[in-house]
Design a protein around this ligand. Structure first.
Ligand code: ARG
Length: 560
């Protein structure tokens, strides 16, 4: 509506066809609900002073007497700040994600996250991939995209040759069956120790892997056993984390297409066959080539990734975006991979949504193996700590509910401690900061939500639209204005695959609410209309916190 009127005015005043009216949020919420940078943009185009352009625009918009606008003014170098009527904001809030959903209905995105390795424990690195990836998948769904999530399981490669050799030499079936992943990891580590003393082990491993590649029945059986045991464990952890994948097409899934990929690259003349008969993609002088076939004829990680891309583009026609949630150590690799896809004329917006490492301050809470932290232990420790805090805070709930709550708080802390930071930066995870009730934590948000719910119960408030909005204080409008931003914030966070934008926003909302609740009586408001308005406001804060945290994969308690 506003968009239309503005485009119309711009056409009339300056004879310019606007593609889109860009809407920003002003730095200070007291400046207005939205800020349009339009005059700056037009000023450049028209070679005019942006302030003058802004003034002309404001005058024309005012003349239209749009019912949703309560106040409009020029600010700074030429921003147009608009304050809407509360009724308009409430209507927009009620519409939720509708506007975005209409815009995005036919857009398809594939998000790849998780991608654990068979016979290896899930690490905090895979944890980040799952948490950030799932949060993005949730956001894209809310925004109306057609979302597919896939886990590119690491289930192929020489490591299986090594495992098979190790199993034959030192493995014990019964022990492995009791605790598959840990035992397999032990075997793998032991293999590497022994390999340093005995080089023939490497050749044996190669031979076993070749047998596996050629379809040897015994080796295939072992592989399947390792695969099933590992997947069982990953699935258990995914369930705890509320992580879902539509498909889990591991590297081995793409084996039937690997020859074709190598041939295709040769045919299109983008691959070079080396003297040793290895095959690689050449990116020019001084640049690292990307190998897709080893000299012994075996394929690589990259070959399987190329096959995966071709498969996905065929399986999901008109796929618009393909996103990989993988740590930043693989950045150079993904750059090569995407460049190769481009050479192959495979069209799609590829993104490597990379993330930094998680570090733990030394301490006995983490069982470390190298720098690996096992997720199960992380979760167990979190629950223990959450229980302690709930005791300390004298949270008054029946035991079973308290247990559930401890789990919710612990998982929230683990996820939020990750999602609140820019994904590209390294995270130093510390329980003391992650699980506290104050500061930038999920426990603080969960607590704020439960607090609002308790006020609503006391006020006998049932969710409904207010009959009569009575605002007496600026902070009431500010709160409403913030709630109105929610879907746009989600859209921004999704667009750059940065859930921290949403996490930070939720912290702002909670802070503003707490300021409001400190200063303004809700249940003891002056009259029924005021009370009703304020209860409506806080109920919307609660909704925003619940929905926002929900998108981040975090649940909220009704009582705390
Ligand atoms: N399995 C790999 C690892 O744990 C990550 C796979 C990333 N995805 C991909 N398509 N290459 O390091």
């Amino acid at each position: 509506m506003l968009d239309h009127s503005i485009s119309h005015i711009v056409k009339k005043l300056f004879d310019i066809d606007l593609e889109k009216v860009v809407i920003e949020f002003p730095k200070e919420v007291s400046f207005g609900d939205v800020a349009l940078p339009l005059a700056m943009q037009l000023g450049k185009q028209l070679k005019k002073n942006p302030r003058e352009v802004a003034e002309a625009l404001v005058k024309a918009i005012e003349a239209e007497r749009l019912p949703e606008i309560a106040k409009i003014e020029v600010a700074g170098p030429g921003f147009i700040n608009i304050t809407f009527t509360p009724e308009y904001l409430i209507g927009q809030i009620k519409g939720g994600f509708e506007k975005f959903q209409q815009e995005n209905t036919s857009k398809k995105i594939l998000l790849e996250y998780g991608s654990e390795n068979i016979a290896k424990s899930m690490t905090v690195g895979h944890l980040r991939s799952n948490i950030i990836g799932q949060a993005c998948a949730n956001m894209y769904k809310a925004l109306g995209w057609k979302v597919t999530s896939d886990s590119h399981i690491g289930d192929w490669g020489l490591q299986f040759g090594k495992l098979i050799v190790a199993y034959h030499l030192w493995g014990d079936k019964a022990t492995i069956e009791k605790d598959p992943i840990n035992e397999l990891v032990k075997l793998y580590v032991h293999f590497h120790e022994e390999e340093e003393k005995d080089e023939t082990l490497t050749d044996q491993a190669r031979a076993e892997f070749t047998k596996l590649e050629k379809g040897d029945i015994e080796n295939k059986k072992l592989w399947q056993w390792f695969y099933d045991a590992s997947m069982k464990e990953f699935h258990e952890l995914h369930k705890i984390l509320d992580v879902h994948h539509d498909t889990e097409l591991g590297e081995s899934f793409y084996l039937p297409w690997l020859n074709h990929i190598v041939e295709l690259c040769k045919e299109k003349k983008i691959a070079v066959v080396g003297e040793d008969s290895s095959v690689y993609i050449d990116f020019g002088k001084g640049k690292q080539p990307l190998y897709i076939l080893k000299k012994d004829g075996s394929t690589l990680y990259s070959t399987r990734d190329l096959a995966a891309i071709e498969y996905r583009l065929t399986e999901y026609p008109d796929l618009k975006r393909m996103v990989y949630f993988v740590d930043y150590s693989q950045r150079p690799y993904f750059e090569q991979l995407f460049a190769t896809a481009k050479k192959l004329d495979w069209y799609c917006d590829f993104t490597h949504a990379y993330f930094g490492l998680v570090r733990l301050p030394e301490g006995k809470m983490s069982t470390r193996k190298g720098n690996v932290v096992y997720l199960r232990e992380l979760i167990a420790e979190g629950i223990k700590r959450a229980q302690e805090i709930l005791e300390e805070k004298k949270v008054d709930l029946p035991d079973t509910e308290k247990e559930e709550l401890a789990k919710m708080v612990a998982l929230g802390a683990i996820k939020f401690g990750d999602l609140v930071h820019n994904r590209a930066s390294d995270v130093v995870f510390s329980w003391d900061t992650a699980i506290s009730f104050d500061g930038d934590t999920s426990a603080y948000l969960q607590y704020t939500y439960a607090r609002i719910k308790s006020i609503m119960r006391k006020g006998d408030y049932e969710e409904k639209v207010v009959n009569k909005v009575v605002f007496t204080l600026p902070i009431e409008h500010h709160l409403l204005s913030f709630i109105y931003r929610f879907p746009t914030i989600v859209a921004r966070a999704a667009d750059t695959y940065e859930p921290h934008v949403l996490a930070q926003f939720l912290l702002h909302v909670a802070a503003l609410f707490n300021q409001f609740y400190n200063d303004v009586p809700v249940l003891k408001a002056n009259n029924d209309d005021e009370k009703e308005t304020r209860l409506y406001l806080i109920s919307q804060v609660a909704n925003t916190l619940k929905n926002g945290l929900g998108l981040l994969g975090i649940s909220v308690p009704e009582k705390m």
